[in-house]
Design a protein around this ligand. Structure first.
Ligand SMILES: N[C@@H](CCC(=O)N[C@@H](CS)C(=O)NCC(=O)O)C(=O)O
Length: 219
């Protein structure tokens, strides 16, 4: 038996979990979820009904994306995502918290202003820029967010920066964040990112999911 991962390809939280699982080589059965029709199996173990959800072989349920990253990397971390050369784990978690709390809220209001009463897309974009400038300043003096190597922060934050950039790519390209542009391009164009974004058919109850991480040769 292997752990089960309920995932949704385009969800940035699920992307960060898939990135960490790919880096750790932790095998699981991926079940692609349709958000409008979530499987009852998933809702039974995680009533809060968000993806990603990982169900370990002993039945332990991990339904926060960052916890899935930590779980897989604590089992196997061949690239040292948890031990970057500059930053401590606690400092990395603090930056990720800023992403998940402030930046994500600005991103949602920028991307979907109609979903939030009184939201102003351009004001939210401006508010989101504060976090992006902070990231750009970090990358100006080192290649990745927490040092010279790709680390937990890069995997956890890049899917959200990508989403922010994709709202208006032309505008994003004209912003003076050279380091950030290069960082994002390198990650999005990487073989690993291409691999974790491989399309998967929605899971059908009773059938086996897809073996994950995907085989690099199958791309
Ligand atoms: N804090 C959660 C948030 C996960 C989350 O909000 N995922 C979204 C998709 S990107 C979701 O499942 N939303 C429920 C829905 O759309 O029905 C985590 O880090 O895993």
């Amino acid at each position: 038996m292997i752990p089960v991962l309920y995932s949704f390809r385009r969800c940035p939280y699920a992307m960060r979990a898939r990135l960490a699982l790919d880096a750790s080589g932790q095998r699981c059965e991926l079940r692609e979820v349709v958000l409008k029709n979530k499987p009852t199996e998933m809702l039974a173990v995680s009533p809060k009904a968000t993806v990603p959800v990982l169900v370990d072989t002993d039945g332990t349920v991990i339904d926060e994306s960052l916890d899935i990253m930590l779980w897989s990397l604590r089992r196997n971390d061949p690239e040292g995502w948890l031990t970057p050369d500059v930053e401590s784990l606690n400092a990395m978690l603090e930056l990720i918290r800023r992403c998940d709390r402030e930046f994500k809220s600005h991103l949602d209001r920028y991307k979907y202003p109609q979903r939030f009463a009184g939201a102003d897309a351009l004001q939210s974009r401006e508010e989101g820029e504060t976090f992006l400038r902070l990231l750009d300043e970090r990358i100006a003096t080192q290649r990745y967010l927490s040092g010279s190597r790709f680390a937990l922060t890069d995997g956890a934050i890049a899917p959200f920066v990508r989403q922010f950039a994709n709202v208006d790519l032309d505008w994003f390209a004209t912003q003076p964040w050279r380091g950030l542009h290069e960082w994002l391009q390198a990650i999005v164009n990487s073989e690993r990112f291409q691999r974790i974004m491989r399309p998967v058919q929605p899971w059908v109850v009773g059938s086996p999911g897809v073996l994950y991480p995907f085989d690099p040769a199958s791309l």
